[in-house]
Design a protein around this ligand. Structure first.
Ligand SMILES: Nc1ncnc2c1ncn2[C@@H]1O[C@H](COP(=O)(O)OP(=O)(O)OP(=O)(O)O)[C@@H](O)[C@H]1O
Ligand SMILES: [Mg+2]
Length: 218
């Protein structure tokens, strides 16, 4: 799968956030986005997830125009900085809510949820409420939830901000597994060590444009 971002523009009221975002991304890549605070990194993730509209430009997936706000089967998953899990529901309920909404067959849903719980080593917590989990555990639930609908693209916003060193190493392992599964992973982060370790490519947003950065120049 190839994703082409072409001259994407977004403004809030009359303030232009970025107006010439272009890049080509493909399956199995881990791409990190850096940039100063307020440069519009989270906004970019929200736009390609269909949580915000955009003013102009195009997103193409395998050369077909893609409207993130109008997707029947969600192809893009998002792990929010604050995870956005339902605190009063347990882990299993958080994982199965979206698939139920999308009317996934029950057996398929249960198989997927169990597979992800094992992969992310959170099976033991599946009946626990989110409010009783640690930050790292909650994050793994958020990743599992985002993967329930088999996204082709997974976006993570500041995934290391609430994690200690050991949890970051675990996160790196998890993301590398997603890469092997041919998912395009897009990460927004300020954590340069993490970005250098994990990324195949690094982009920055400068003056409304994506610019590619070499790891050695960071
Ligand atoms: N819903 C909104 N309404 C109006 N302005 C917004 C909205 N969301 C974001 N902005 C503005 O858009 C700009 C980009 O915000 P965004 O959160 O994307 O930045 P960021 O690059 O992720 O920053 P940080 O590194 O601090 O997380 C900021 O100036 C912000 O104030
Ligand atoms: Mg942000």
């Amino acid at each position: 799968m190839e994703v082409k971002i072409r001259n994407l523009k977004k403004s809030f009221d009359k303030k232009i956030i970025w107006d010439k975002l272009s890049c080509n991304l493909r399956s199995g890549e881990i791409v990190s986005i850096l940039g100063r605070s307020g440069e519009g990194k989270t906004t970019f993730l929200r736009v390609i997830n269909g949580l915000e509209d955009f003013d102009s430009g195009q997103i193409l997936i395998d050369d077909k125009i893609y409207n993130p706000q109008n997707q029947e089967k969600r192809q893009i998953g998002m792990v929010f900085q604050s995870y956005n899990l339902f605190a009063n529901m347990n882990v299993w309920q958080n994982l199965t809510l979206g698939p139920k909404y999308h009317k996934m067959d029950i057996k398929t849903m249960e198989e997927k949820a169990n597979k992800l719980l094992n992969l992310l080593e959170i099976s033991d917590y599946k009946d626990q409420k989110i409010s009783t989990l640690s930050g790292g555990q909650a994050q793994r639930v958020a990743i599992a939830r985002a993967c329930m609908l088999d996204p082709k693209i997974l976006c993570l916003d500041e995934p290391t901000s609430a994690l200690d060193k050991e949890a970051i190493e675990n996160l790196i392992k998890i993301i590398k597994i997603l890469k092997v599964q041919d998912i395009l992973v897009i990460i927004v982060s300020h954590d340069l060590d993490f970005v250098k370790k994990i990324s195949d490519r690094i982009l920055t947003i400068v003056d409304g444009l994506f610019k590619e950065v070499e790891k050695k120049n960071l």
